[in-house]
Design a protein around this ligand. Structure first.
Ligand code: ARG
Length: 425
């Protein structure tokens, strides 16, 4: 009996070709595993396609809820954006797929797992580091990294073996999508000077064709997790799906990013992430109300660490666990409602409220009811400015970093331009 391999199967050209290729080259029985992370495809058609191509078994796993609760929402709580731009849709889905691949391999008694990633991207790293962390003894095969076929050659291979080549395979773009966003690469996008043609977008309307009238959404959060839309309690998956629709209608969430891949190259990536973009701005706005300045400053640093960890395939690590515990702790009071205005490609926060808000009207107001003791500022400024004053007095105007030529206006400046010129020599 042939050994078994569980293949992460998307239904696309590469993984379809891989079913046949694994059989030919390694004489393995292929079990195709399709993980549904919200890519809006027809699961039963994908299953049937895998079987038609020659898989001995085809599994479909609906992982949308797992994905939202254990991957997307923690990343939202962390405010994770890779290099300040990419909400990490593809990156977050990979460790989940790695976990489900390992589970299936154990259940099916397979000693090998396979994925469709090439040798140039981040996804191979995320899959393999994840798989190795969970099941070090599993053998991993990456057909698309091994076979050395160009896209044309893969299409020819598919045609030779009667593997259906979808019309979309003629599209020059490589697309990956899930609930948190859509990633688009290749084709004309590889020229960073070329504006992305309208055809690469499918979740977002062009801002120029978006409605002239804004749409307002009210997002309710509890401990940093979105739980309602416009006052209606909504479960995570539905909430994200709905936001992808409305925000996408208004052209929100297009991202054009030249990013640094883990394997050392820069690549130009286009993303569509209407729900992620909207939720991330809303969540940050609520944090601005409920966390102190110091908490916010520190959390920002953690956010970039967190994003790097996710991007770099280090989900299954103790450092991730530690950082996740910190993030969760910060969310204790991040409860409230944020009002977002969606208009012509922008998601702007126009209102926020929280029962645990640190914003105090009585302290902030310039009107009647002001309780801020303005006379106390005098002493505060005296002490705050003390080291500055001391340094200026003892070390002179140069220690203040003044532009050359302005020192003469400083009272007590003890050096002239001439003596500065001498110093320079
Ligand atoms: N550059 C992004 C990342 O590394 C997106 C990758 C898209 N993957 C794909 N197979 N098209 O997360």
């Amino acid at each position: 009996m042939a050994d078994k391999v569980v293949l992460a199967y998307s239904g696309g050209l590469d993984t379809s070709v891989a079913i046949r290729w694994l059989k030919e080259k390694y004489k393995l029985d292929v079990i195709a595993l399709n993980v549904d992370v919200g890519n809006e495809r027809d699961s039963s058609a994908i299953r049937q396609k895998a079987l038609d191509i020659g898989a001995v078994k085809a599994l479909v796993e609906d992982a949308k809820e797992l994905f939202v609760n254990y991957f997307i929402f923690p990343a939202l709580q962390a405010d994770a954006l890779y290099e300040g731009q990419y909400p990490l849709a593809t990156a977050l889905a990979r460790p989940l797929m790695a976990k489900l691949l390992v589970d299936a391999a154990i259940k099916e008694g397979a000693s090998v797992v396979a994925h469709g990633c090439t040798g140039k991207g981040n996804d191979q790293v995320r899959f393999e580091v994840g798989i190795t962390a969970l099941a070090p003894s599993l053998k991993i095969i990456a057909p698309a990294r091994e076979w050395g076929m160009t896209r044309e050659e893969s299409i020819a291979y598919a045609q030779k073996y009667g593997i259906p080549v979808p019309v979309t395979a003629e599209s020059p773009y490589s697309v990956d999508e899930n609930l948190w966003g859509r990633s688009i690469e290749c084709g004309v996008l590889e020229d960073p000077w070329t504006e992305p043609p309208e055809e690469v977008f499918s979740w977002t309307r062009s801002p120029k064709d978006a409605p002239e009238e804004p749409c307002y959404v009210e997002i309710g959060f509890e401990k940093g997790i979105p739980i309602s839309l416009d006052g209606r309690e909504t479960d995570g998956v539905a909430l994200i799906q709905e936001l992808n629709k409305v925000a996408g209608e208004h052209g929100v969430g297009r991202i054009d990013h030249v990013e640094n891949r883990l394997i050392g190259i820069k690549s130009r990536e286009i993303y569509e992430a209407p729900a992620a973009t909207t939720l991330l701005v809303a969540h940050k706005a609520l944090e601005a109300m409920t966390l102190t300045k110091d908490q916010l400053r520190f959390k920002e640093k953690v956010a970039s660490e967190y994003a790097d960890l996710m991007y770099n395939g280090l989900w299954f690590t103790a450092l991730h666990r530690d950082i996740a515990a910190y993030v969760e702790s910060t969310q204790r009071y991040v409860t409230g409602t944020v009002r977002v205005k969606l208009l012509k490609g922008n998601a702007s926060v126009v209102g926020r409220k929280s029962p645990k808000s640190l914003y105090s009207f009585r302290l902030a107001t310039y009107d009647k009811g002001d309780e801020f003791d303005q006379s106390a500022s005098l002493g505060f400024i005296h002490i705050w400015g003390l080291p500055v004053k001391t340094q200026a007095q003892i070390q002179g105007w140069r220690s203040l970093g003044l532009p050359v030529g302005t020192q003469a206006q400083i009272e007590g400046a003890e050096q002239t331009e001439d003596s500065l010129a001498e110093d320079k020599e």
